[in-house]
Design a protein around this ligand. Structure first.
Ligand code: SF4
Ligand code: SF4
Length: 249
């Protein structure tokens, strides 16, 4: 059975509220809604390895359906309107500080970022039990006076312009390129392997259900596998270089 990480009651209420907001503009399939809320008991973890990334795709058995995704931009930019946090890798820090006109990274870090920690229980141990990790990363401020108290709260990002485009694009944070996937790395057979699955936070209307993993989804997985692998390896570099920390609980 697949483990959906969004199952705490507080978190479920927040997802439910997010889905209600989303439903004002978009038709959300009832099954997609149930999947976001962790309400399906007939859920399985369908794993598909593309390039160097193992994707975990939610699959329900009765009826037999996959949860798939496609982006609805430019009609939608909800992920930028309801951004939870923007953790930065070392590459992000170098690119964004330069793009914002900073001559040195320390001024950029002082003025434009704050440090925040959060738990994620998405990864699994080799025995398939849940592994809770705490990530501590430098985060890009989504509003100019953002601080640690805002960590995890949905905010409209200051880099979103009036046309739904990102002022930092294409040098936006790696985590923005990844959305709506999240990724993690783990050791398997003495080698680092990279995994990814969907963030089911109720903020993206692009999810749909399908009997098959269609060609459109395969093309997306192929494209994202490169971004996800590079990003996840870059997070590991960020941790190694002391710009972030991962603790296993
Ligand atoms: S919320 Fe989803 S559909 Fe909308 S722009 Fe973001 S990824 Fe695309
Ligand atoms: S940095 Fe750009 S892509 Fe990322 S949340 Fe902000 S506006 Fe959206």
């Amino acid at each position: 059975m697949m483990t959906i990480s969004n199952t705490g009651s507080d978190e479920t209420s927040l997802i439910s509220l997010s889905l209600d907001m989303l439903s004002k503009k978009w038709d959300i399939d009832p099954i997609v809604r149930e999947l976001h809320l962790g309400k399906r008991v007939d859920l399985q973890d369908y794993q598909i390895k593309i390039n160097q990334v193992t994707f975990h795709i939610p699959y329900i058995t009765d009826p037999s359906l996959f949860l798939l995704w496609d982006c609805l931009w430019p009609d939608c930019h909800n992920c930028c309107n309801r951004q939870g946090r923007l953790p930065l890798t070392v590459d992000d820090i170098a690119k964004i500080s330069q793009g914002l006109g900073y001559k040195n990274k320390s001024d950029f870090i002082t003025n434009e970022t704050y440090v925040a920690s959060w738990d994620t229980n998405s990864a699994t141990n080799s025995d398939n039990s849940n592994l809770i990790t705490t990530l501590t990363m430098i985060n890009l401020k989504r509003k100019s006076d953002e601080n640690e108290a805002d960590n995890g709260n949905p905010l409209s990002c200051r880099f979103l312009d009036n046309h739904g485009s990102c002022d930092l694009h294409p040098d936006k944070p790696g985590v923005c390129w990844l959305y709506p996937f999240f990724s993690w790395s783990q050791y398997e057979n003495n080698r680092m392997s990279v995994h990814a699955s969907f963030q089911l936070t109720g903020d993206c209307p692009g999810f749909y259900i399908s009997k098959n993993i269609d060609d459109k989804m395969m093309a997306i997985l192929n494209d994202y596998s490169i971004k996800i692998y590079d990003y996840t390896m870059n997070v590991n570099t960020t941790v190694r270089e002391g710009f972030g920390r991962i603790d296993f609980n």
